[in-house]
Design a protein around this ligand. Structure first.
Ligand code: ATP
Ligand code: MG
Length: 390
């Protein structure tokens, strides 16, 4: 199983410029998580901080009991071997063919024989659909192939944690979906913990188990996908619908005067861009038939059911709708089309609350802006089969 990553109060600035502060979240082992956020909010800085390429000012990032913010260099070097990183452009060496590119970390970091290296490289090239492309130079292949080669290289050291920065940059929507499928299949095959940084709405809505968002130097939220996808938080809604209308502007944020002026424009009928308002939780992508079960998704189901009574009602509804009748029986929950009731799982018998009263679990739903509990507005659920997650 992949490693758990526990991040607490992480803060990073460059000189006087704070990039983000007090970021607290846990990446559950073997699950696929994604981090959203407008350009410049520090998503790449976050990934680099997680592997110790950048040094946060304060806070902790604990992996296998080691806090990489404060640990000694040699410990950091060891921990880094747990990571596979897929950089934005694949970061391949232009003068090496794909075989040598993928073999590079094995030759650098291990004492394996060339025969063994060959076996591993060919296996990873096969896994990423690059059979027969091993002699090609990066300049001779398409962007999608380069991404896959970057992923093959990220996989050779059997990583426990895979970080991916903007997997869709330079890819068309179809290729983006193919690489997303590959992430889920790889996740099923090696059970590594994934963190994907992206602004791709489709990917965010359909691929990860957990979603987070960075905005205004803070982690707005982090939690099971259903929490963000049903959120009424204006910044989250705006981002997921790709509209101009809302707090996110061309530069990172708008002031109130600009928001008011724009609102008047939209009220007068100006198109706010983006897609039609999307509400509800679309089904999650599944692994390709024949690929092993994603154990992270299986564990996630238990984990989410454990914390469910502390999640906002709309997220609870979506989660219950995503379960099969057998699973609903197993967990002792029942859905009545938007009126979920819990039957027996919790002996206190107060069922799934219709109003959210309590504090959200800090490690799962990291932060609600202004300390407000999430709004419990109306949420339209998909008519039949709710979200995936299976
Ligand atoms: N090494 C550095 N030194 C100084 N400032 C930096 C450094 N790296 C990043 N920054 C600043 O940190 C901020 C966040 O950058 P980052 O690349 O993490 O944004 P991002 O969210 O990944 O954006 P995008 O979606 O466009 O990739 C930017 O203002 C950037 O200028
Ligand atoms: Mg970036």
């Amino acid at each position: 199983m992949g490693a758990e990553v526990v991040i607490e109060g992480l803060t990073k600035s460059f000189g006087k410029q704070t990039i983000w502060r007090d970021v607290t979240l846990t990446l559950p082992p073997g699950e696929v998580s994604a981090m959203l956020g407008p350009s410049g909010t520090g998503k790449s800085v976050f990934l680099k901080s997680m592997i110790g390429l950048l040094k946060p000012d304060r806070g902790r990032c604990v992996i296998n009991g080691v806090d990489i913010v404060t640990c000694a260099e040699h410990k950091l070097y060891e921990i880094r071997k747990l990571f596979g990183v897929l950089f934005q452009d694949g970061a391949l060496f232009g003068s090496m063919n794909l075989y040598d590119n993928v073999a590079f970390p094995l030759r650098e970091h291990t004492k394996k024989s060339e025969t063994e290296i060959r076996r591993i490289v060919l296996e990873k090239l096969d896994m990423t659909g690059l059979n027969g492309a091993d002699k090609k130079l990066p300049g001779e292949i398409s962007g999608g192939m380069r991404k896959r080669a970057g992923l093959a290289r990220a996989l050779v050291l059997d990583p426990e944690i895979i970080l991916v920065d903007e997997p869709d940059s330079g890819l068309d929507p179809v290729r983006t979906t193919y690489i997303s499928q590959l992430f889920l299949d790889v996740n099923a095959q090696i059970d590594a913990t994934f963190l994907i940084v992206t602004h791709n709405i489709n990917l965010a809505r359909t691929v990860p188990d957990n979603l987070g968002m960075l905005f205004r130097k803070e982690l707005v939220m982090f939690g099971p996908r259903e929490v963000l996808l049903t959120s009424e938080e204006p910044v989250v809604k705006q981002f997921l619908n790709g509209k101009m209308q809302g707090p996110i502007g061309m530069s990172e944020e708008k002031d109130s005067a600009q928001m008011a002026a724009e609102q008047a424009m939209f009220d007068a009928g100006h198109h706010a861009g983006g897609v039609e308002d999307i509400t509800g939780v679309p089904p999650q992508m599944q692994t390709t038939p024949g690929v092993p079960t994603r154990m992270g998704a299986v564990r996630r189901k238990d984990r989410v059911m454990e914390i469910m009574h502390r999640l906002p009602p709309a997220a609870q509804e979506s989660i219950i709708e995503s379960l099969s009748p057998e699973e609903q029986r197993h967990y002792g929950v029942r859905s009545h089309r938007g009126q979920p009731q819990q039957v027996g799982a919790r002996p206190q018998g107060d069922g799934v609350p219709n109003q959210h009263h309590g504090q959200l679990p800090a490690e799962q739903v990291a932060r609600i802006p202004g300390g407000q509990p999430p709004r419990t507005g109306t949420h339209r659920l998909p008519p039949n089969n709710g979200p995936g997650g299976r």
